[in-house]
Design a binder for this molecule. Structure first.
Ligand code: EPZ
Length: 418
């Protein structure tokens, strides 16, 4: 069993370098399926999810060369339409191969996805989108078989601005005949980064408000692209400074990507300074309770809700968090309660009554961002916290303990025989 052992209570102070965004890297890797030419990506984070998607591309017939944070994906022995069940079971983002495979080969066979247990997370919007583009969709015992002689552009209204469905439909529409318009599309920075890459590959895409207009091409070419910095890693590390009464700066970041989050940090009493691609958050006094609601970008990101909740457990007064994106995002609250936090859940909302201090405990990370919340709590808590379930944290955070140690955290990764 692998665990983090944290001796809490040290104020974290210093600067941390932020890596490329996981949730931009995954669709960018998948976009390489849309072309026979090489796609070269820089700033690829060293994460298990990235290895999973690259392994999957290799199994689909791509030739993948990875060196540190650079990846080149080129044509290998010919593209296959069947996705590997193991990869899709590991991670929901692998389902994104569906659209590009149908667009290139006229057929895709993809198992239904796995990933973080933060809600039902169906793929109906992905499949409805493919149907709108003229594909025939069959579901057989946990496997989706999608076929189309050709994809034809369509007007699609998403009932919810789903990140994955927007990425799926956009990629497929790049090689469809005619024009596709997606209304109520997701406009998360990671979606915009994928669109930047697709445009470099020759796609014709225009975005205005929540509408994405794609004019299909018969083929796309290769491209070279540097991923955007990971706003979730940046936010989590800024909170590590805040919750421990310290001061942490992060770079490179795109401050606009962190807009609603930085507003919430300021509302909680942290001193936030933006200087170009560097953001610093200083804890000048005990944070104060705030109210926030998660929502699609540009709202407060659901992925930063659990780490933000960790900060608020020791804030002065009461905080409220309403979760409007994922119904089961509160799994982390039980462990925080064990550490002394006073959290009450009522449906999609929690209230947090700030306590003076948290107490170190044995806890288990329930998912990537819930794990980050427990880690932050452990850094601030009195005494020793042991966190298991690190496979979740490792999916989303590269070299986490090294980065935290560099700003003063007392954290060790332990491997123990079970
Ligand atoms: C992406 O997931 C991210 N993952 C998630 O990051 C992130 O939390 C989420 O967007 C929201 O920002 C990647 O980019 C790889 P959605 P995705 O489709 O695409 C419902 C992390 O920790 N929905 O926008 O799966 C769904 O159930 C993670 O890094 C449908 O009902 O999110 C959810 O309630 C985990 N049907 C809501 O929409 C569908 O077909 C938002 O999901 C698709 C989604």
């Amino acid at each position: 069993m692998t665990s983090f052992v944290i001796e809490g209570g040290e104020p974290l102070v210093g600067h941390v370098r932020i890596g490329g965004a996981k949730n931009a890297a995954l669709p960018a890797c998948v976009a390489s399926l849309l072309t026979e030419d090489p796609v070269v990506l820089h700033s690829i984070p060293q994460l298990r999810d990235v290895s999973t998607i690259l392994y999957m591309l290799g199994a689909l017939g791509k030739r993948v060369v990875r060196h540190e944070s650079n990846v080149s994906v080129a044509t290998g022995g010919g593209l296959k339409p069947e996705a590997n069940a193991y990869s899709v079971g590991q991670m929901r983002a692998s389902f994104l191969v569906l659209g590009p495979l149908v667009a290139r080969l006229g057929r895709a066979v993809v198992p239904l996805p796995g990933g973080c247990a933060i809600g039902a997370r169906p793929v109906d919007l992905h499949l409805d989108g493919m149907r709108s583009l003229g594909a025939y969709v069959e579901e057989r015992e946990g496997v989706v078989v999608v076929s189309a002689k050709k994809l034809v552009g369509a007007t699609i209204h998403l009932p919810f601005p789903s990140v994955g469905a927007t990425e799926q439909i956009t990629m497929a529409a790049c090689l469809a005949e005619g024009e596709t318009v997606i209304h109520n599309a997701a406009i998360e920075p990671e979606v915009m980064d994928l669109i930047d890459l697709l445009i470099k590959m020759g796609a014709q895409i225009a975005v205005s408000d929540r509408m994405i207009r794609i004019v299909g091409r018969s083929s796309l070419g290769g491209a070279e692209h540097t991923l955007i910095p990971d706003r979730m890693e940046a936010g989590t590390l800024l909170l590590a400074g805040g919750i421990t009464g310290g001061s942490v700066s992060v770079s490179p970041v795109v401050p606009e990507h962190l807009g609603a989050f930085l507003l919430a940090l300021r509302a909680a009493g942290l001193d936030v300074e933006i200087d170009g691609a560097t953001v610093t958050a200083r804890c000048v006094s005990r944070p104060i309770g705030i109210e926030l609601q998660t929502s699609p970008h540009p709202g407060f990101p659901t992925d930063l809700h659990p780490p933000m909740a960790a900060l608020l457990t020791t804030a002065k007064g009461t905080s409220w968090i309403a979760e409007s994106v994922f119904e089961r995002r509160f799994a982390y609250t039980e462990s925080l309660r064990k550490m002394g936090a006073r959290i009450v859940q009522d449906g999609k909302m929690i209230s947090i009554q700030g306590v003076d201090r948290l107490i170190g405990q044995f806890v288990e990370a329930p998912d990537i961002r819930g794990g980050a919340a427990l880690l932050l709590a452990g850094l601030a808590a009195q005494g020793r916290t042991v966190i298991t379930g690190l496979h979740h944290l490792d999916r989303g955070h590269a070299n986490l303990e090294t980065k935290l140690k560099s700003i003063g955290a007392r954290i060790e990764r332990r491997e123990e025989a079970t």
